[in-house]
Ligand binder design. Structure first.
Ligand code: THF
Length: 323
C-alpha cells in the first residue's frame, strides 16, 4: 500500500512538532487524504504485519455498541485496555462506570445515539409526529411557565444508513456521526474517526465510503482505521447488494508520535507488497444473491467472518501507544 508510505513521507517532509495531551510530542500535519479502489484490493498495510484480527474485533465491538474494554478483549482486541484503565484523567471522570468502562464511545453513538425533543404540550401535531417516529414520552414538564413534553429515542444511525441504502440509494444523506456534544465529556476519549458517509450508486451497483478522522495516529491508528472502514464497507455492500468501490479517507490532524519514528522510518525502507483481498464468510447473506434484506447481520457478524486472502507482509514491527 503505497498511499500509506506516501503519507508518512509527507508528514516527515512537511510536518511540524507539536505538544499534546499525552506528553509524547508529535510531528503533525493539518489535512491529508487517501483514496483506495477496493476493487483493486484491500488497504492492508504490508510494510509491517497488520494486526488484522484485532482491528476486525474492534470493528465488531463497535457494531455491537460496546462500551467496555472487556468486551473488546473478548472479541480479540486489546487496544482499549489502556484508555479504559490507565488514563488518570479518565479514572477521575465522574461518568466512568468502573473497571474497563469507556463511556458512550463510537458504537454507542453509531447504534444508540440518544435523541431528545422538548415540544410544546399544546402542539399535538408535533408530539404525534415524534411518537410516529419512535420517540417515547419521558416527562411532562414546564419551561418558562409553558407546559412541555419531553420525548426520547435511541437512534440506530447505522441501521438507518443500511435502510436508506436499501430503499433510496440516490440519497446523499446516508451518514452517521460519532461526535455527540451532549456526551463528549462522558467518553474515555472523544471519537477520532467520526463521520462516515456511504455513497451507493444504483446504476453501477457500487458503493463507496467517505470517512473523516479528526485526529489520526499514523503509526498505530491509521492501519487499524483503514482496515475497519474498508471492512465495514464490504459488510454493508454484502448486506445491501452493492460492490465496494471507492474508499476515501480524510484526516484532520495527521500525526506521527516521536517514539514511532523508528518503526515508520524502517517501513519507508521496505517495498510494499501487492494488496490482499478481503474475504467475507459465506455465512453473511449476500443480498445480491438472496434478494433478502437482513440488516440484523450488523449485530450477528463475528470477527471470524472476516479474513484476508493473499496477505503478504514484511516482518512485524510495533510501538507503544501514547495514552
Ligand atoms: N490513542 C492513540 N495514541 N493512538 C491511537 O491510534 C488510538 N486509537 C484508539 C484509541 N486511542 C488511541 C485505539 N486504537 C493500537 C492499535 C489501535 C489502537 C491503539 C493501539 C496498537 O497498539 N496496535 C499494535 C498492536 C495491536 C495488537 O496486537 O492488537 C500494532 O502494532 O498495530 C485510534 O483509533
Amino acid at each position: 500500500m503505497k498511499q500509506y508510505l506516501d503519507l508518512v513521507q509527507t508528514i516527515l517532509d512537511t510536518g511540524a512538532w507539536q505538544e499534546n495531551r499525552t506528553g509524547i510530542r508529535t510531528l503533525s500535519m493539518p489535512g491529508a487524504s487517501l483514496r483506495f479502489d477496493l476493487q483493486k484490493g484491500f488497504p492492508a498495510v504490508t510494510t509491517k504485519k497488520l494486526a488484522f484480527k484485532s482491528a476486525v474485533g474492534e470493528m465488531v465491538g463497535f457494531l455491537r455498541a460496546s462500551r467496555s474494554a472487556a468486551e473488546f478483549r473478548d472479541l480479540g482486541c486489546k487496544v482499549w485496555d489502556q484508555n479504559a484503565n490507565e488514563n488518570s484523567q479518565w479514572l477521575a471522570n465522574p461518568y466512568r462506570e468502573g473497571a474497563d468502562d469507556l463511556g458512550p464511545v463510537y458504537g454507542v453513538q453509531w447504534r444508540q445515539w440518544p435523541a431528545y425533543k422538548m415540544l410544546d404540550a399544546g402542539r399535538g401535531d408535533q408530539v404525534a409526529d415524534a411518537l410516529s417516529r419512535g420517540y417515547a414520552k419521558v416527562a411532562d414538564l414546564e419551561e418558562g411557565g409553558r407546559p412541555k413534553v419531553l420525548l426520547y429515542k435511541a437512534v440506530d444511525q447505522l441501521r438507518q444508513c443500511l435502510d436508506t441504502i436499501h430503499e433510496r440509494p440516490g440519497d446523499r444523506r446516508i451518514l452517521f456521526h460519532g461526535w455527540n456534544w451532549a456526551q463528549i465529556e462522558e467518553m474515555a476519549l472523544p471519537p477520532c474517526h467520526l463521520l462516515y458517509q456511504f455513497l451507493p450508486n444504483a446504476t453501477t451497483r457500487e458503493i463507496s465510503l467517505c470517512l473523516y478522522i479528526r485526529s489520526n495516529d499514523v503509526g498505530l491508528g491509521t492501519p487499524f482505521n483503514l482496515t475497519e472502514g474498508a471492512a465495514l464497507l464490504h459488510l454493508v455492500g454484502r448486506l445491501t447488494g452493492y460492490t465496494p468501490r471507492w474508499f476515501s479517507y480524510f484526516i484532520g490532524d495527521a500525526h506521527i508520535y516521536e517514539n514511532h519514528l523508528p518503526m515508520l522510518r524502517e517501513q519507508l525502507t521496505r517495498e510494499p507488497y501487492e494488496a490482499p483481498r478481503l474475504v467475507l464468510s459465506d455465512r453473511i447473506p449476500d443480498f445480491a444473491v438472496t434478494g433478502r434484506y437482513e440488516p440484523e447481520w450488523l449485530e450477528k457478524v463475528e470477527p471470524s467472518d472476516f479474513s484476508l486472502s493473499g496477505y503478504r507482509h514484511h516482518a512485524p514491527l510495533t510501538a507503544a501507544m501514547a495514552v
